[in-house]
Design a protein around this ligand. Structure first.
Ligand SMILES: CC(C)(COP(=O)(O)OP(=O)(O)OC[C@H]1O[C@@H](n2cnc3c(N)ncnc32)[C@H](O)[C@@H]1OP(=O)(O)O)[C@@H](O)C(=O)NCCC(=O)NCCS
Length: 334
């Protein structure tokens, strides 16, 4: 049973159909998600894997493969071209032609090279791979949309049918002030892509100087940097509000906000929550999900030239469908 929010994402994905590659054709959950996503007509799905095995899996289930393309990277007519592309892109980093040929056969690299070549709009992987294995080809090949800004990740958390953004819970381990500012700006852009008008709170254990320490100071300095960025092109047309440093209660609760940060135009109405480091982000989303009953979609990469997203290895079929929809929506807005 899909949640109302997940259904709303699927409807959005359907409005402009994108091609999404799924490199983990050996995984039954990925195949079921591909079948359901194709049935819903929410994306054009391309599965990488053993054609015979995938066809027999679908036949056993009585599912049609009409709207799904299967590619066996080893036999692909594009393999040579992808390997040359990879070599060109990575030779300055020391990659040899031989290494490029082997690496292009890695399905995560193959899928990423399909995107780089314009043969796919997005990729969803990670059901059987670590975050690093999924994300590294994206960082090396697709790269940051704004070269001056780092790539990071966010979760869409849904509480009582209301979505909000939490970032970074998945990628940047211990962000510098500049990296934290980039996370905030990219999270605001992500919010806009998902129909949320961004009120960004830079979270801390301190509200406007109430607590002392290096961490609140870092958050305060990052807020100043992020404010500079959102006042310049191309961000200045997005109606982004950012404030910090704020405690979570001051960010979310109007009564607390009135006491702790009465001047703030974000406090009490924050819907984009930026945490100071990956420890806080990862722990927060899991607590919100397990104890707070929130739906959690992510980690979703932000700031890339084109969308590649990571699945948790414990991902359920619904999680994979949600991530396909999110990736398609990001591709619509890239
Ligand atoms: C993402 C991650 C895997 C990258 O690690 P890595 O592969 O060792 O990274 P490297 O430092 O070798 O960088 C690889 C490339 O990515 C680039 N890169 C790394 N982080 C980046 C970022 N945040 N934004 C943009 N580019 C980045 C590097 O510049 C490098 O590019 P280059 O090879 O073209 O010079 C690492 O940050 C990580 O492990 N993060 C935590 C993931 C995690 O455990 N999350 C919790 C579970 S969800």
């Amino acid at each position: 049973m899909l949640s109302p929010y997940l259904n709303s994402l699927i409807e959005k994905a359907k409005q402009d159909i994108k091609t999404i590659v799924l490199p983990e054709g050996e995984d039954a959950r990925v195949l079921e998600a591909a079948h359901l996503a194709a049935n819903q007509k929410m994306a054009r799905l391309v599965i990488l894997g053993d054609k015979k095995k995938i066809e027999s899996f679908f036949a056993q289930k009585g599912w049609s493969l009409d709207d799904i393309q299967i590619i066996e990277p080893e036999k692909s007519e594009h393999l040579k071209e992808y390997a040359s592309l990879l070599f060109e892109l990575r030779k300055a980093k020391g990659m040899s032609e031989d290494e490029a040929q082997k690496t292009a056969l890695n399905y995560n690299y193959f899928g990423t090279l399909m995107m780089k070549s314009g043969h796919a709009d997005g990729m969803v992987s990670g059901a059987n791979h670590s975050t690093a294995d999924t994300v590294r080809p994206a960082l090396q090949i697709i790269k940051s949309k704004n070269p001056a800004m780092g790539v990071s990740s966010f979760f869409i958390m849904v509480s009582k049918n209301r979505p909000f953004i939490l970032s970074d819970c998945g990628l940047v381990i211990d962000p510098s002030e500049k990296e934290l500012a980039d996370i905030a700006v990219n999270a605001a852009v992500s919010a806009v892509q998902f129909g949320i008008e961004p009120n960004v709170a830079m979270l801390s254990y301190s509200t406007k100087g109430s607590g002392k320490g290096d961490s609140p100071q870092k958050v305060k300095n990052a807020t100043a940097l992020a404010l500079q960025t959102i006042n310049s092109e191309p961000y200045n047309t997005l109606n982004i509000k950012i404030d910090g440093e704020l405690q979570a209660d001051a960010a979310l609760d109007m009564t607390v906000a009135a006491k702790k940060a009465p001047e703030s135009d974000v406090a009490g109405r924050a819907n984009v929550l930026i945490v100071p480091d990956l420890n806080t982000g990862n722990i927060s989303y899991k607590l919100l999900q397990r104890l707070g009953g929130c739906e959690a979609y992510g980690p979703i990469l932000q700031g890339l030239n084109a969308p590649i997203n990571d699945l948790s290895r414990g991902a359920l079929v619904e999680d994979i469908i949600g991530t396909i929809a999110i990736t398609a929506i990001q591709a619509q807005n890239k």
